[in-house]
Design a protein around this ligand. Structure first.
Ligand code: NAP
Length: 294
């Protein structure tokens, strides 16, 4: 068996994403040892029962000792607290990365806390499900999906390449991006769709009782797909909206304008306008399928 890329991988947060990394890293021999820190006793107990790691700790400062790769896999709102706890204990030359769904706020919250002798390379796997917790993870989650890395100017290229190799080892395709560009792209491809799903499902639950029962009974694929997205982790999504405020508000403004245009087309019976719009969107779906991202 060839040598593992890293001697000690430390995962802080062992939910859906952290546990999927642990499983993949084991399967593909990417780290010799895996240390797991999670503030939740239940999560640590489940992770241990699933044998996801070699060491389990409530204290992230203890778990990062000697680790040459540390990946924060907790909700973004917890990063500043985690950063403060681990910063003095990070090994010189270690890579510190994360999987948070926003990137500028991560740079803002973690950047100033970290010693110069650590390679800080934020990241975001564009892969996930609506499920949470260590039991929800699976080793194939990242296969064929994009891993976006957002290294800061002047980042050590060898460290970036080593982290990219880790993600390629998990089956991902790696793309390098500016944090601000990442946040804009994800605002439209992920954050806004979640906001719309949360809105539609919330509106349906606000209907009077008899209609609400029928919404559940006759939930055809349209509404059903929205309920799947709207079942996503409330804490994680609260943190995403609070930490990608500018980009989400910008995309929401554009969305509202387009919604008003469609509303107008319906009101004035402009069938051709509707058909044109729906034809264009259908083509986008086809290109996603062609890109194997469906
Ligand atoms: P998850 O399944 O809820 O797991 C997060 C884990 O982190 C939980 O066990 C949580 O414990 C723990 N945690 C919370 N605060 C902590 C702290 N201060 N120190 C240590 N552990 C802490 O969440 P997830 O879906 O894996 O998401 C984790 C990160 O991945 C988020 O930043 C999210 O933006 C990103 N992400 C998620 C997806 C997705 O589809 N889910 C996709 C890409 C990226 P408690 O349960 O007690 O809070």
């Amino acid at each position: 068996m060839s040598d593992a890329l890293f001697d000690k991988l430390c995962l802080i947060g062992i939910g859906l994403i952290g546990s999927s990394i642990a499983r993949g890293a084991r399967r593909h021999n990417l780290a010799k040892a895996i240390a797991i820190a999670d503030s939740s006793y239940e999560a640590r107990k489940d992770a241990e029962a699933l044998q996801l790691g070699d060491l389990y700790d409530a204290d992230p400062a203890a778990a990062v000792q000697g680790a040459d790769l540390v990946i924060i896999c907790a909700p973004v709102g917890a990063y500043a607290e985690i950063g403060q706890a681990i910063a003095p204990h990070l090994k010189p030359g270690a890579i510190l990365s994360d999987v948070g769904s926003v990137k500028q706020a991560v740079v803002r919250d973690l950047g100033p806390l970290l010693p110069d002798h650590v390679h800080f390379i934020p990241g975001h796997p564009v892969a996930g499900t609506e499920h949470s917790g260590p039991k929800a993870g699976f080793a194939e989650l990242f296969e064929g999906r994009w891993q976006i890395l957002t290294p800061l100017p002047g980042a050590d290229q060898a460290a970036v390449e080593k982290l990219a190799a880790f993600w390629r080892g998990l089956g991902s395709n790696v793309e390098i991006m500016e944090p601000s560009h990442h946040d804009q792209v994800l605002a439209i491809t992920s954050h806004l769709p979640h906001l719309i799903a949360y809105t539609i499902v919330g509106t349906a639950t606000g209907l009077e009782d008899s209609t609400q029962r029928e919404v559940i009974k006759f939930s055809a694929s349209g509404f059903r797909d929205f309920t799947r997205i709207a079942a996503s982790n409330p804490i994680m999504w609260r943190d995403i909206f609070l930490n990608n405020r500018e980009a989400v508000l910008e995309m929401l403004g554009r969305f509202s304008e387009d919604l008003t245009a469609l509303q107008r087309a319906i009101r004035w019976g402009e069938g051709e306008k509707l058909e044109d719009w729906f034809t264009r969107t259908r083509a986008i779906r086809r290109s996603i399928i062609d890109a194997k991202q469906a």
